[in-house]
Design a protein around this ligand. Structure first.
Ligand SMILES: *Cc1c(COP(=O)(O)O)cnc(C)c1O
Length: 466
């Protein structure tokens, strides 16, 4: 399997190089040159596999140049042992109503769905770099959850140093502490005086500065990294097969969405042949994606802080991967569109492309009141606390699901204890941290505050990278 850039002007690479590269050199994102197909007999065979076994099967066609035994061992180390994910099912389903389920993706070390992919990615980095005797400097931007999950994935790994940028004062205390209390030598936290989009722009600029990128061997763990998207494809198969997809039964998914990585993984599953009904793109009031998918208007607004901060995003990096397919995999076309967007903050998607997308995707915007009301309603009906991101997904899914006879799976992307203030305000109950994080508020913190300025950040990183 080779990978091509969505902007058509970077060299095609194999899986291992794509994992290390992150962003393509032409500013695009890597995608597989074709989508592998899974037939009904294969789905039948996959039903009933453990999460780790299924993960090897689903991902195998994409990892081409990596020895299959090495890959299987890494997958089992991430998903097949009891101490990484605190659930034997890894991503268990919890039933909320007739034909309605939560897919709990928050049983990893940092209590958010990003652990599912990053626990794999950290191990892939360790293995690939070890065999090549290379080092990497991971530079990432986080609106909260990516950072701690990436740090947990990279901490104490040989060959890796990680610099994580977060917007100062704009992540929750639990989220900040999950990053800044990690004592490992190879972990450096930077609080940028700006928004998440500023942090993301700084990271992109560092990757586009090829001299800097090469000198410090930059690598990315943000959701632009193909391996993250790939790892997330697995739980769509796992959940759908648990609910009878191998008998041809279609399943709807509702996905709390920010950077479009998670829901794009659902798209990949559907392209591979998983019978998906609707993929509901659930956004909070930062609704660039719901506007784009409903009317073709992909234009940047200003970020408004909400109680679901990991979705407070006005630029959705992974959306470019969908545009690439919608425009017939024409890299020149995508490059022109993205140049327009970079220049004017707006991009018009064609009517035909919007219509094509709407066959699989539906999109809804959920405001703060409805998010709170959904947290309260789920507590009343199920004695279960959900976090605000999950609530956005549940609310949007209930609005846009195909039909009540089609199972709806709402992705539960964070544990409620990551957002205790919002959950308490909505429900009257303050969720407790699980035992392995119980002393988080007492651990010492370590981070650097820097201005929203490329040179300051580059100088800081250069001074700390050999
Ligand atoms: C990152 C995140 C999201 C958004 O996922 P994307 O892949 O960026 O769309 C949703 N919920 C939570 C809790 C997150 O951490």
């Amino acid at each position: 399997m080779r990978y091509v850039s969505t902007r058509g002007a970077a060299p095609a690479l194999g899986f291992e190089d794509v994992v290390l590269a992150g962003l393509a050199r032409d500013g695009g994102l890597y995608v597989p040159e074709s989508w592998p197909a899974v037939d009904a007999a294969t789905l039948e065979r996959w039903a009933g596999l453990s999460y780790a076994e299924l993960a090897v099967e689903v991902m195998a066609p994409f990892v081409g140049d990596m020895p299959r035994d090495d890959f299987a061992a890494i997958v089992h180390a991430a998903y097949g042992v009891p101490d990484v994910f605190h659930s034997a099912a890894v991503t268990p389903l919890r039933q909320l109503d007739v034909n309605e389920w939560l897919l709990e993706l928050f049983h990893g070390p940092t209590l958010a769905f990003k652990d599912v992919a990053l626990q794999l990615l950290g191990r892939l980095f360790g293995d690939i770099l070890g065999r090549r005797d290379q080092r990497i400097t991971v530079v990432g931007a986080t609106s909260g959850d990516t950072g701690s999950a990436a740090i947990e994935a990279c901490r104490d790994r040989d060959n890796v140093t990680i610099f994580m940028l977060h917007p100062a004062g704009r992540v929750s205390e639990v989220q900040r502490r999950q990053m800044t209390t990690v004592p490992s030598e190879n972990v450096v936290n930077i609080a940028v005086e700006g928004t998440f989009d500023d942090c993301q722009a700084l990271v992109k600029a560092m990757f586009n500065d090829h001299a800097f990128r090469d000198r410090h061997r930059l690598g990315a763990v943000n959701s632009i990294n193909w391996a993250r998207v790939l790892a997330q494809v697995v739980y769509y198969f796992h959940a759908a097969l648990s609910l009878g997809a191998h008998d041809g039964r279609r399943i709807d998914f509702s996905v709390p969405t920010g950077n479009f990585g998670d829901v794009f993984a659902g798209y990949v599953a559907a392209r591979m042949g998983l019978p998906v009904g609707k993929l509901v793109v659930a956004t909070n009031i930062n609704d660039i994606l719901s506007r784009a998918l409903r009317s073709g208007d992909y234009s940047r607004g200003t970020v408004q802080p909400t109680m679901s901060p990991s979705m407070d995003i006005q630029v959705s990096s992974n959306f470019e991967r969908l545009l690439f397919d919608l425009y017939g995999r024409d890299g020149d076309r995508v490059r022109a569109l993205m140049d327009d967007f970079a220049a004017g903050g707006t991009l018009a998607i064609g009517n035909r492309q919007v219509a094509d997308a709407s066959r699989l995707f539906a999109a809804a915007r959920v405001d703060e009141d409805e998010t709170s009301a959904t947290i309260a309603a789920v507590l009343r009906a199920n004695a279960t606390l959900i976090d605000p991101h999950t609530a956005v997904g549940v609310a949007a899914g209930r609005r846009l699901r195909t039909a009540e006879s089609v199972p709806l799976v709402a992705l539960a992307t964070a544990h409620p204890a990551k957002f205790p203030d919002a959950v308490e305000a909505a429900s009257g109950i303050r969720p407790a941290l699980p035992p392995h994080l119980a002393d988080l508020m007492e651990r010492p913190e370590r981070y650097e505050i820097l201005p929203n300025d490329l040179k300051s950040v580059q100088d800081y990183i250069a001074a700390r990278t050999a």
